[in-house]
Design a protein around this ligand. Structure first.
Ligand code: ADP
Ligand code: MG
Length: 730
């Protein structure tokens, strides 16, 4: 139920920070205490079961049923010791959030008794009532069966009173219904492809893991104010609201001191996160008022994805204790910066080498250049797919706005590395062959570069995909997104690219070209072929839009169109050949994403209509009536020029209010008609395009007129908390 903003504001002004005390001054004493991690496993599992789980985690081997029984009973004993009474398979359906279905550890038996029960069967597989999760037509209703299956590579944990077991979610046919299944497959492909390439440089490399460090941005809003804004509560963003006189112009919030209530919330969710083994490390204010960011130390990609999903959950739960709501939406407030989730990505070997960090020797530097240039090539060849991986209704508000990376994919390398690539291109070309000295000089030169980029001040912040010294930072990812989407794509295209690279190099060495020379020649070819994706300038500028068009780079501004890259021949071939997704899975996903887009805009449009008809117009009319009353009174006591003078402004306001109401009502009616037409379409693609181009098209006009009314109508009677209150009330 919504309530008037004054009541909400009163609630906010009487709040005090919740007292939060650290369980111990040493994080090491409670870090991971709610995780069935290596220490807990060693304590609770037999030696045999322990090595079986470790092998599954590290080499992906199967755990047999007998062993699963053992693991289950130990896991349950551990969970009970933490106070857990229930267990759940924790999974990531394509809705974007996480799902869980809680079962008690006991099972009823005859005679009204119960026995405690949690065996290998329950650990390994479950059949949640899955018909309500999106499946894109994969699961026919008469076969509405989906399974969750244990993912031993991500450890189980206890949240509240529930043991949560990370799982994948598939249809009874084995087809993926979640984010995690294709991610695991992409990570596996990358591992294999990268190990093969590493073998050129170091025979000791037997495993390559993809690493991810995300940076989560979010807004905090007081719960009372949130509840007084039906649009925030229903859509995650404000559909109306005039920009406050003071916005973020002063940028005084950035790195400023964090208000007490917020600090106390952060401390609390950090403690909970650390207990869950999420290595959360930094926190700071963001550019916009009431906007913050937190980031962990990077981890293996699958675990990092789980930890981010978990963190978003924990944040939302803990926020309630502090009378806050966390806004993870990409653009909760118009005219104020939106939120992203930078995905810092790299690859590391079992020998402890970060493949995107140059070393001290010529050999490791050539290895660095190999992975570095292959990344650029992979992004160049699959730019539209990467763009699709971050396409959501929410993120459309950010991409291309003057605050977030553009919808045009490009890669920032930094001046020094750009020079290295230029030099490599020129040298290999001019001589046909580089002299050994030249090669060594080039390889050594690379080693000095990243220090400059690691220095935070020398970075380009407007690039959607930037090299930052020892990793690439995919900046265009949205704040509420599951990182698994973009990470599946990035790792898959990299795997595919590395396989091609190896084929190209082996093709030359089989013709007796020396290995080093072959690598240089192939890298040079890639540099030439992927040149147009490199951009070092201002990604927010208008000139870049023109320049990018000239270069033939795509600039796909809306989600329904961007998503098309998921089902292009090129993408489907890529996913199929790397065993990551079948055409059917890929099509199903595409349909789900389109439907999700349509639903989002549909809900926003309906909420907009409701708010206008039930809150805005009635409030405006009431206020207008008081003006009319005033004019009538003036007419009683004054006449002629005196009356005109006294009633002039009121009359103008009365007309202005009528004008705005008129436009609003007309547009809302037209929008409803457009919605009806769109709803009648049966083709999901056409429907989403209609919602984007015909329904959403009314949003700006309606909003503009509502925001004008907000300025006209008496502050006392305006029902919705205003921007200045949402953003500046502590
Ligand atoms: P900033 O980008 O603000 O300078 P950092 O360089 O510390 O901050 O990194 C930001 C994020 O990138 C952190 O989550 C960090 O753990 C992560 N990161 C650092 N190195 C890697 C890596 N090799 N692979 C993936 N993520 C990394
Ligand atoms: Mg960063």
């Amino acid at each position: 139920m919504a309530f008037h903003r004054f009541k909400a504001l009163e609630a906010v002004l009487t709040r005090t920070p919740v007292n939060v005390t650290l369980p111990s001054n040493k994080v090491s004493e409670f870090f991971g205490e709610n995780v069935f991690g290596i220490d807990a496993m060693r304590e609770y599992l037999s030696e045999e079961a322990f090595s079986s789980v470790m092998a599954a985690m590290q080499q992906g081997t199967q755990i047999d049923r007998k062993m699963a029984d053992q693991v289950a009973s130990s896991m349950k004993a551990w969970a009970n010791s933490k106070g857990a009474t229930h267990y759940t398979h924790w999974f990531q359906p394509l809705t974007g959030t996480t799902a869980e279905k809680h079962d008690a550890f006991f099972e009823p038996t005859e005679g009204g008794r119960a026995i405690e029960r949690f065996g290998g069967g329950q650990l390994v597989q479950q059949e949640p009532d899955a018909s309500s999760f999106p499946n894109g037509g994969i699961r026919n209703t008469f076969e509405a069966r989906g399974y969750t299956a244990w993912d031993p590579t991500s450890p189980a944990f206890v949240m509240g009173k529930t043991l949560c077991i990370p799982t994948i979610f598939v249809a009874y046919t084995g087809e993926a219904l979640d984010f995690k299944t294709p991610l695991l497959k992409a990570l596996h492909s990358l591992d294999k492809a990268a190990v093969d390439v590493c073998q050129y440089f170091d025979k000791n490399v037997t495993k390559v893991t993809s690493t991810l460090g995300w940076e989560q941005e979010y807004f905090l809003v007081d719960e009372a104010l949130y509840n007084a804004r039906p649009d925030l509560a229903m859509t995650g963003r404000t559909l109306f609201g005039h920009t406050p006189a003071k916005g973020q112009q002063l940028e005084d919030h950035y790195f400023g001191s964090i208000p007490d209530r917020a600090t106390s919330f952060m401390r609390d969710f950090e403690i909970e996160s650390l207990k869950l083994g999420i290595p959360i490390k930094t926190r700071h204010n963001e550019v916009a008022p009431n906007q913050f960011e937190c980031a962990p130390v990077f981890e293996e990609c699958n675990l990092a994805v789980d930890h981010n999903q978990l963190l978003m959950d924990v944040m939302e739960k803990v926020a309630r204790r502090h009378n806050f709501r966390v806004l993870l939406h990409e653009k909760p407030f118009a005219g104020v910066n939106g939120s992203g989730k930078h995905n810092n990505w790299s690859m590391s070997t079992n020998t402890g080498k970060n493949l995107l960090s140059p070393g001290k020797t010529p050999k490791t530097n050539l290895q660095f250049l190999t992975f570095f240039i292959n990344t650029v090539k992979a992004v160049h060849d699959n730019a539209d797919l990467l763009r699709a991986s971050i396409a959501t209704a929410n993120n459309d508000h950010r991409l291309g706005a003057n605050e977030a990376p553009p919808a045009i994919m490009s890669v920032f390398l930094g001046t020094q590395l750009s020079n290295v690539l230029d030099e490599l291109e020129a040298k290999v070309k001019s001589s046909g062959k580089m002299s050994p000295d030249e090669k060594t000089a080039l390889k050594l030169g690379v080693g000095k570069i990243p220090d400059i980029l690691l220095d935070n001040t020398d970075r380009n912040r407007t690039s959607p995909f930037a090299f930052t010294g020892n990793k690439f930072e995919f900046r265009a990812v949205g704040s509420s997104q599951n990182c698994a989407g973009p990470m599946t794509v990035l790792n898959a295209i990299m795997a595919d690219q590395l396989i091609k690279f190896k084929q190209d190099v082996d093709g030359l060495t089989s013709k007796n070209v020396d290995k080093d020379e072959a690598i240089f020649q192939v890298l040079r070819k890639y540099i030439v072929e992927s040149k147009k994706i490199r951009f070092e300038g201002n990604g927010y500028g208008e000139e870049w839009v023109k320049e990018a068009a000239k270069r033939g780079l795509s600039n796909i501004k809306t989600t329904p169109l961007a998503l098309g890259a998921f089902v292009s021949k090129q993408t489907m071939d890529l996913f199929r050949r790397n065993n990551i997704m079948t055409d059917r899975e890929q099509h199903a996903r595409y349909d789900i994403y389109l439907e999700t887009y349509t639903k989002k805009i549909q809900i926003e449009s309906r909420v907009m209509g409701d708010l206008v008809l039930n809150h805005i117009i009635p409030t405006a009319i009431k206020y207008q009536s008081s003006l009319v009353e005033n004019v009538r009174g003036l007419k009683e006591i004054l006449s002629g020029a005196d009356f005109k003078k006294a009633a002039n402004i009121q009359l103008e306001m009365i007309t202005a209010i009528s004008d705005h109401i008129n436009v609003i009502k007309t547009k809302v009616d037209q929008m409803t008609e457009a919605r009806k037409k769109a709803n009648a379409l049966t083709d999901v693609k056409k429907q989403s395009v209609d919602y984007c181009e015909k329904v959403k098209a009314y949003f700006d006009d309606i909003r503009y007129n509502v925001d004008k009314l907000e300025l006209l109508v008496d502050d006392e009677s305006w029902p919705l908390p205003k921007y200045r209150e949402l953003l500046f009330t502590k």
